[in-house]
Design a binder for this molecule. Structure first.
Ligand SMILES: Nc1ncnc2c1ncn2[C@@H]1O[C@H](COP(=O)(O)OP(=O)(O)OP(=O)(O)O)[C@@H](O)[C@H]1O
Length: 359
């Protein structure tokens, strides 16, 4: 468990003070895969580095498994730090040493007997799938393999907490996926609490159960990943969510609305964790005198739970469409009529422009 309590971190730069973290209150529970997301400069790196005292808080407290590291003696601190593994964006491995030697390093430094080192290193190398690469040098490995070495090195002291500093940012999407799967195994099989910082919402979507969004040194929103994805409150959070789950109304749907055909209504159906899509759509078509056309669908998965939206057009009399609308509501599906007023259109174009900027 990690607790940040009214924690502030300032840097003195010449004559000015930079407030990197401003009164952070956050709790990471044991067993969490907790993601911290924010744009560059939000304070993420500084935050994660206060956990193992790579940065010392200016005020407030950081408790790791109930202990405030700044109050410990050097010896106690060395012991506690074994509890906290860390992996980095650029791996931070020693190129002049082999995979085995890199992974063994934390044990060598803390004075573990040579005879005990061998077994522990082989065990973690096997866990990360590099048992056959022990004698290779770092430069002979791919980026994904290097990060596996980083993970093995972090695990070899049997920590209870793993800090991940943009651990997949230097990797291609396929390798990112395999490293995230490995981290999920670290969490489940070793029961290790993971705190990761990232600027990629895909990472949060794929493995985190909780998330905090940071901006200008503050946590602006935090919660369960499903909650945050389904009902983001802050503009920055909405932007991050939209970067992976686009639930805005496509241009083609707005074009349809311009026809102003009164026998048609367009609805946006939002699904969270229920039998997505087709069964409800076909039930509506069977039960009511309406035609249902699916105009657009975007369903993804969050922690194994279907999540996303479907835009449908209902064609029929007002009365039948109302009945269908009410029926859909009984299915716990969030349903909103899509109306093409001027502000919706303006919003739409603003959002499109924003996506263009984010690529
Ligand atoms: N050692 C330092 N000295 C002075 N200012 C610093 C130092 N480290 C961080 N900062 C400042 O603190 C703020 C937060 O930086 P931080 O690196 O924590 O953000 P970040 O969200 O991790 O960004 P990035 O993703 O670009 O690393 C920034 O304004 C940064 O310039």
């Amino acid at each position: 468990m990690i607790e940040f309590i009214e924690m502030t971190k300032e840097f003195q730069v010449g004559t000015t003070v930079v407030t990197a973290l401003n009164n952070i209150n956050l709790t990471i529970q044991k067993g969490d895969v907790f993601g911290v997301i924010g744009f560059s400069g939000a304070g993420k790196s500084t935050l994660i580095r206060t956990v193992n005292l790579l940065e010392e808080p200016t005020s407030g407290r950081v408790l790791v498994n109930g202990k405030e590291l700044t109050t410990l003696s050097k010896k106690q601190l060395r012991e506690e730090k074994k509890n906290i593994g860390m992996i980095f964006q650029h791996f931070n491995l020693l190129r002049s040493k082999t995979v085995f030697e890199n992974v063994a390093m934390p044990l060598v430094i803390s004075g573990v007997k040579k005879s005990n080192i061998e077994g522990q290193v082989r065990e973690v190398l096997s866990f990360v799938g590099l048992q056959d690469k022990a004698e290779r040098y770092i430069d002979e490995l791919s980026g994904g393999q290097k990060q596996r070495v980083g993970i093995a090195r972090a695990l070899v002291t049997k920590p209870t907490i793993l800090l991940c500093d943009e651990a997949t940012s230097a990797l291609d999407p396929q390798t990112t996926k395999s490293i995230l799967e490995l981290l999920k195994r670290v969490n489940i099989e070793y029961g290790i609490t993971i705190l990761m910082i990232t600027h990629e919402m895909e990472v949060i979507r794929d493995i985190c159960n909780r998330v905090a969004v940071m901006e200008n040194g503050k946590v602006i929103e935090t919660g369960n990943v499903l909650e945050i994805f389904s009902a983001p409150q802050e503009e920055t959070t909405k932007n991050f969510v939209q970067s992976v789950v686009r639930d805005d109304i496509p241009q083609s749907v707005y074009e349809q609305l311009k026809t102003k055909d009164r026998s048609k209504k367009i609805y946006n159906l939002k699904f969270i964790g229920i039998d997505v899509g087709q069964p409800v759509v076909s039930q509506v078509a069977k039960k009511f005198d309406v035609d249902v056309n699916v105009l657009f669908g975007n369903i993804t998965e969050l922690q194994g739970i279907p999540f996303g939206n479907l835009i449908v057009e209902l064609v029929g009399t007002d009365k039948e469409i109302d009945k269908a609308h009410q029926f859909i509501q009984t299915k716990d599906i969030q349903i909103e009529e899509v109306i093409a007023d001027e502000s919706e259109l303006a919003n739409h174009y603003r959002r499109s422009a924003r996506y263009a900027v984010y690529g």
